[in-house]
Design a protein around this ligand. Structure first.
Ligand SMILES: CC(C)(COP(=O)(O)OP(=O)(O)OC[C@H]1O[C@@H](n2cnc3c(N)ncnc32)[C@H](O)[C@@H]1OP(=O)(O)O)[C@@H](O)C(=O)NCCC(=O)NCCS
Length: 231
């Protein structure tokens, strides 16, 4: 009998280090994820971190709009549109088995660009314990070691000191600023985004040993070879 991982290989991916485990979000995770979002993400005193304030929509489970319905569409879209030319891994982050946040990894035309983009967040109760740094190290290390990426890009709203600190600790360097539009609960606002990039030369690896499962079937699914075979 085939397993879910056999028919959709991203589900086989498991990246772990110490108490942290990253796996592609599954439907069974949704109730815990929704509770986590509902308990709050924003860091007091720091700017709203996302392009759209999806997490601040009225809490209305089972309603046709509001949270979580609007976000369910987004999370399911990551799977429905997964393709070699453009894919996104929505990775649920568990610490000691408990869902604490999400770490996204996105690529467009990866075979040509060898570039991935990341985005992440943690529930407020789980911030400030080193998890944000470790989950970013895990996904960046995975991109370099298992996918053969040359660079990982990210960005944060200027003034988001927590995200800036994570980027700095993981070895990202500043890569220019750009003006972007945020969709807040009060409408559109223009804000400055700090772009940051990390390469294998500047990457700061985690202290502990990292375990990765399911990389080979994922590489096949996105149409790339093992990095060592390319060199
Ligand atoms: C950004 C985020 C993922 C960081 O995760 P975290 O687990 O809190 O970060 P860590 O505990 O690994 O801390 C990393 C560094 O950030 C610093 N930091 C954390 N919160 C901070 C704050 N409010 N102001 C300034 N620095 C802060 C820490 O001091 C630490 O640096 P240090 O080790 O040199 O002291 C988390 O704060 C979060 O989810 N924020 C809301 C969503 C968000 O901003 N996502 C990023 C979008 S670009």
């Amino acid at each position: 009998m085939l397993t879910l991982e056999d028919v959709f290989p991203p589900f086989a991916l498991r990246i772990s280090c110490g108490p942290l485990e990253l796996r592609v979000l599954r439907d069974e995770d949704f109730p815990e994820l929704v509770e986590l979002v509902r308990a709050g993400i924003d860091v007091p005193g720091l700017p709203m971190p996302f392009l759209t304030a999806w997490h601040q929509e009225p809490f209305a489970p089972g309603a046709p709009d509001g949270f979580p319905t609007s976000s369910l569409r987004w999370w399911w879209t990551q799977r429905a549109t997964f393709a070699p030319d453009e894919w996104q891994l929505a990775l649920a982050v568990r610490r000691d088995g408990r869902l604490v946040g999400m770490q996204d990894l996105h690529a467009t035309d990866f075979a040509q660009t060898r570039t991935v983009l990341t985005g992440s967040w943690l529930g407020r109760a789980h911030q400030g314990a080193g998890t944000g740094t470790l989950m970013r190290q895990l996904v960046v290390g995975f991109a370099f070691d298992e996918l053969g990426a040359d660079r990982c890009e990210s960005g944060y709203i200027v003034g988001n000191h927590a995200s800036a600190a994570v980027s700095r600790k993981v070895g990202y360097v500043d890569d220019g600023r750009r003006r972007i539009v945020q969709r807040t609960r009060d409408g559109k606002v223009g804000v400055d985004e700090q772009c940051v990039t990390v390469t294998p030369a500047t990457f700061v690896r985690p202290d502990g040993p990292v375990s990765v499962e399911g990389a080979q079937v994922l590489r096949r699914f996105v149409g790339i070879g093992h990095p060592a075979a390319d060199s």
